[in-house]
Design a protein around this ligand. Structure first.
Ligand SMILES: [Zn+2]
Length: 197
């Protein structure tokens, strides 16, 4: 078997999504071969992320400031909250430049083990915002797959219960069923956003 430090690093890599034992081993031996400079660079980058990136107290995005740049930008329309599953979705939507409001990042979706999941994603934080802020529209921009649809259905009910006057919209059907928001091309995303209802 491997020496303990090697084994420990393999175990750490295996915790990453989509990384199995073989890939984790490949990563570790790649690092061992690549020398101290590369490893030091990676160690520093990891340290900086751990020390400087926090969760935005408003939108739950990862940012070096809390509240983040989008939440504090006076040009953003605070009455429109676009709800996404992952921080990467914000980057995709910002790139298209179709949304001038703010965001709420759930950090996941509701899956079958419903009751447990509710607490692990940022639904209560969103409900709190709807209660306390002057929100007029919630744009549900989750991927149109089963977990995304389940989460959007749940959120629509939850939002309407707190504020029946609020508009809850979903991206238009331009996005193919089962597709991932992060891999949608700009034009499709723009049209899905514009034609939301
Ligand atoms: Zn924020």
């Amino acid at each position: 078997m491997y020496d303990e430090p090697i084994y420990n690093l393999i175990r750490a890599f295996k915790k990453l999504p989509t990384v199995g034992a073989r890939t984790a081993e490949r990563f570790v031996f790649h690092l061992l071969r690549s020398g101290k400079k590369d490893v030091a660079e990676m160690t520093l980058a990891l340290k900086q992320v751990i020390e400087h990136i926090k969760s935005c107290e408003t939108c739950c995005n990862f940012s070096s400031t809390s509240p983040c740049n989008i939440c504090t930008n006076p040009k953003r329309d605070r009455t429109k909250i676009c709800v996404v599953a992952q921080p990467q979705d914000v980057v995709v939507i910002e790139k298209v430049g179709i949304h001038n409001g703010v965001y709420h990042i759930l950090r996941g979706t509701i899956s079958q083990d419903f009751e447990d999941k509710r607490n692990s994603i940022k639904i209560d934080d969103l409900c709190k915002r709807i209660t306390e802020e002057e929100v007029t529209e919630i744009i549900l921009a989750l991927s149109p797959d089963l977990p995304g649809e389940t989460t959007m259905m749940f959120l629509e009910k939850a939002c309407k219960k707190i504020r029946p006057d609020i508009a809850v919209t979903k991206l238009a059907r331009g996005l193919p069923m089962g597709s991932d928001l992060q891999y949608t091309d700009d034009m499709t995303l723009e049209s899905a956003f514009t034609n939301r209802r």
